[in-house]
Structures are given as C-alpha cells and as structure tokens.
Design a protein around this ligand. Structure first.
Ligand code: IFM
Length: 501
C-alpha cells in the first residue's frame, strides 16, 4: 500500500472521529465539508526564523533577545534553546522541497534582524542577506510566493541594550532595516508584513514580562506599542520607496471576543478588548489613530505620543493579515470583581489579576473559555470563531483583501512503526477541516480571503514551552533532524492540489 492509499484509509478514520466528536466542528461544518475553494486561493504554511533556523551565532549573526533569554537559566521549559532548533539554516532546501511536495503556493517566513544588522543598526551583513536571498530564490524556483515577515520577535540584543521597543528611536532603526531588505530582496518579494503579533510581543515582553526582555510595567508596554505603530508606518514607506512591486500588510494576532453576558457593560468591555487586542495596530496604520480601547482618555502622555505621530503611523495596508487560533470571552472588570492570578501562554489567556481587569486603562477581563475540547497546548478548539472574525473584519474595513497568516494546533503525535513510520495525527486533520469549513463559509458569504497559512511547516521551538509543543504538519526528530510529513501534511497537500475540502 503506498503512502497515499494509506492516507485515504487514515483520512476516513479521521473524518469519522471528527464527526463523532461533533463539538470539534461547528454546527455548519458538516454541511460545508465538501466546500470548494476558489481556483486561485493561496494555500500556504508559515514559519519563523528563531523557531526553526538554529545557527544562532553563525555567519556574523549576533545575539538576539531570544538568544539571551533562552541562555538564561529558568526561563524555558526543559532549558531548551533555539541554538539548533530545526537546523533550517542549513536544511532550508529540504524544507522548501516539502512545501513543494505538498503543493503549497505561499511560504510565509521571517527574517532574523540580527543576521542582517548584527547590533540592530549600521551596514548590512552580506552573509545574512545572502542566506535570505538564496531562501527566496529557492521558494520561487519551487513555484511558491515568498511572504516575508520582517520581525517575528527576535530583536537584536544590541537594541534592547538601548532601551528596546519603549525607545522610540527603534522606529527609525526598523525602517532602515526594512529599507536594506527591500533593496536586496524587493525585486523578488511582493508581499511584506512588518510585525508578527505586535500586541503580543509588546505586552508579553514589556507589560507582563513572560517573554524577553522580561520587563513588566504597563507604561513600558504602551510606549513599546507606540514605537511599533510608528515603526509600522515608517517601514511601509521604506519598503515601498525601495521596491515598486511591494505590497504591505500585516500578521496580527486576533481572537474574536464574545461578551460574557448581554449587559451593556460587558458589551462595551468587549468593544474595548477588540480595539486593544485586534485593531490597535490596524487602526494606527489605516487611519493614523488608535481605536477606543481605553475607559477614559487615551493615555497619550504615558505612550510618549508627539504632535505629528498620526502622520507617521498612517500607512494604509494593501491587505489585512491576521492569525486565528481561538476565542475570548470578555467581561467588564468592575462587574466581575477580583479574579485569580493571570496566566498567559502564546495564544492563551486566563482571567486578569484584580478588579481593574487586565489593567486600569482598558478595564476588562479576557479569558479563553474551555467549553469545547482543548488542543494539547490547552487552547479551546472553536472553529466558528474564524468565521466570526473574518466577517467582522470584512464588515468593519469595507471588504479588505484578507490573508490568514497563521492557524493551527498543537498535538504531540509521533511516528508510529505499526503504520510504516507515519504520524497519524487525525486530530490535526479534524482541526483543519473544521476551521477551513468555516473559512469557506465566510468566503461564500462575501469575505475576500485570498490565502490561508497553516502553522506550521515544521514542529519547532515553541517559545517558553521549548520543544514540548508540536505544531508542525511535518514531524521533526530533533536528535537526527529527520523530517516526516505527518498525515495532516499529506491531507493538506491534497487539499492544496484540489481546493476541495
Ligand atoms: O508558535 C507560535 C508563533 O510563533 C506565533 N503564533 C502562535 C504560534 C503557536 O503558539
């Protein structure tokens, strides 16, 4: 029996178990499960530099904040580091060959700033540029559109030493970096996103200190967020000045918010949550202003806002990219009183610490509910949320072109000898089937979604969880660096070939 026959058998089992676990799929999913995606739909997969590359100090690359953090005892589960990770720096051709084998049309990757400008400013490191140039060429040779994210959290440590993102000078440094990349690669890359998940890395790194640089002060977060909003605008102009074919969009983290009750207070709190977590950087780019995320006045002074910043922030996006993993339930902080200790993971969030909610400015509680089954990373599986989110952004931004920049799940399935060494990750297939049914429904209802990127091409370094969470559609044996495409990868590859769910 060849790989694909075996896959068909396993697909049948996966489909049956998905249907049996009815709550995995929304009520609409079964009706839509034969959905046909548009012919030119871009099926893709996403990765990030620090999570896969390794080679942390090779070819002139200097330390990033994630190198510093992972080399500090006590910060990462299992004392894991990204020093080697998936060794993709050396094995990228093999990885791109997997994308090709799976009929992918879009390869979302990120660039490590400290490979390009080791200390964060100054002349480009030719070896760093050469690596990404070869990477982009290999994608194009495989018929895959390169989608470049400029920043997926690995700030050069040299810039953190100058104050990190709360220092507004970083907006200009980031624009210089973007200009270098666009000059070197802009003849081949047309799709750029400045930041991966800007709310998350500023809040986690500076607001609550669970990611590097591990600083925890609301004022630092709101300053960092403002620098990033300025940098987003500056970056867009720098890219477009250097490359006439460039389009600039985003890779925001978004999670639809649902009010806990139908009280006016909870509904208003949900609007503040949506403004802060989903729209903050989008509004900054589209309109040059911040949305109404705060109970009182916008804390301009705290963020270090200067006259004219609106013009710097404004750089309307050509398309809107965002991730979908799960949802939130929101309540007004004063309605719920004090709650347990806050607990955040990369895509999870538990209740906020006190009666002020998450902070005294936005004053809401945001929790990730657990009414539905959870992935092995503890995220609630809620396929209907991708429909709601896509339709909400479609309504609020007058039908923009949308790209889903990440969507995926952690299941720690491993190769199984009794099935010829395959990785029978049927729960991941069920996850994608459920979410893609809902996405197809959004497209049917008028949303202009042109791409979907599964997270992730490879199992990889999952931040503070180290190597304990596997999100890949390809299994990676971290001892041998052997890659095995999982059943979900084979399934997704067939979907990419036919467009038929
Ligand atoms: O691995 C991360 C990625 O870096 C950002 N988005 C969420 C993924 C899974 O947690």
């Amino acid at each position: 029996m060849d790989q694909l026959d075996q896959l068909d058998r396993r697909r049948f089992l996966a489909a049956s178990s998905a249907l049996a676990a009815g709550s995995l799929l929304s009520r609409h999913a079964f009706a839509e499960s034969r959905a046909q995606f548009p012919k030119d739909f871009l099926w893709g997969m996403a990765t990030a530099s620090y999570q896969i590359e390794g080679a942390w100090d090779e070819d002139g690359k200097a330390e990033s904040i994630w190198d510093r953090y992972t080399h500090t005892v006590g910060k990462i589960k299992g004392a894991a580091t990204g020093d080697v990770a998936c060794d993709s720096y050396h094995r990228y051709r093999e990885d791109i060959a997997i994308l090709k084998q799976l009929n992918q049309k879009s390869g979302r990757f990120s660039i490590s700033w400290s490979r390009i400008q080791p200390s964060g400013t100054g002349p480009a490191n030719p070896k760093g540029l050469d690596y990404y140039s070869r990477y982009v060429d290999a994608l194009l040779e495989a018929g895959i559109r390169p989608f470049c994210t400029l920043y997926h959290w690995d700030l050069p440590q040299g810039l953190e030493d100058r104050g990190g993102w709360p220092n507004r000078d970083l907006a200009g440094y980031f624009a210089d970096y973007a200009g270098i990349l666009a000059k070197a690669l802009g003849d081949r890359i047309a799709v750029w996103a400045p930041f991966n998940m800007p709310w998350a890395f500023t809040y986690y790194g500076y607001g609550i200190g669970i990611h590097p640089p591990g600083r925890a002060e609301y004022g630092l977060f709101i300053k960092a967020a403002h620098t990033v909003a300025l940098a987003q605008g500056e970056c867009s102009r720098a890219i477009k000045a250097a490359s006439s074919k460039a389009t600039v969009g985003s890779a925001y983290s978004m999670a639809p918010g649902y009010p806990k009750t139908d009280s006016e207070a909870d509904i208003a709190a949900t609007a503040r949550y949506h403004a802060m977590n989903n729209l903050y950087f989008l509004e900054a780019a589209m309109k040059g202003e911040y949305p109404k995320a705060f109970v009182g006045e916008t804390p301009f002074e705290l963020m270090g806002y200067k006259a004219g910043d609106d013009k710097i922030m404004k750089a309307p996006l050509d398309w809107v990219g965002f991730h979908y993993y799960t949802r939130r339930v929101i309540s007004d902080a004063k309605n719920t009183g004090s709650a347990g200790p806050a607990r955040f993971g990369t895509e999870t969030e538990s209740d906020a610490p006190d009666a002020n909610g998450r902070d005294p400015y936005t004053r809401f509680h945001a929790i990730m509910p657990t009414d539905h089954p959870l992935t092995e990373a503890g995220l609630e599986i809620y396929p209907h949320g991708i429909y709601d989110l896509v339709m909400q952004i479609t309504r609020e931004y007058n039908k923009p072109i949308i790209e889903i920049t990440e969507s995926g799940c952690c299941y720690n399935d491993t190769p199984y000898d009794a099935e010829g060494g395959h990785v029978p990750d049927t729960r991941r297939i069920a996850f994608f089937r459920g979410h893609l049914s809902e996405l197809a429904r959004a497209i049917h209802d008028g949303a202009r979604v042109r791409a979907y990127h599964a997270w992730s091409l490879l199992d990889n370094f999952e931040w503070t969880d180290g190597y304990t969470q596997r999100y890949g559609l390809t299994y990676v044996d971290y001892r041998s660096q052997k890659r095995v495409v999982k059943d979900s990868g084979l399934w997704y590859g067939q979907l990419a070939a036919t467009g038929q769910l």
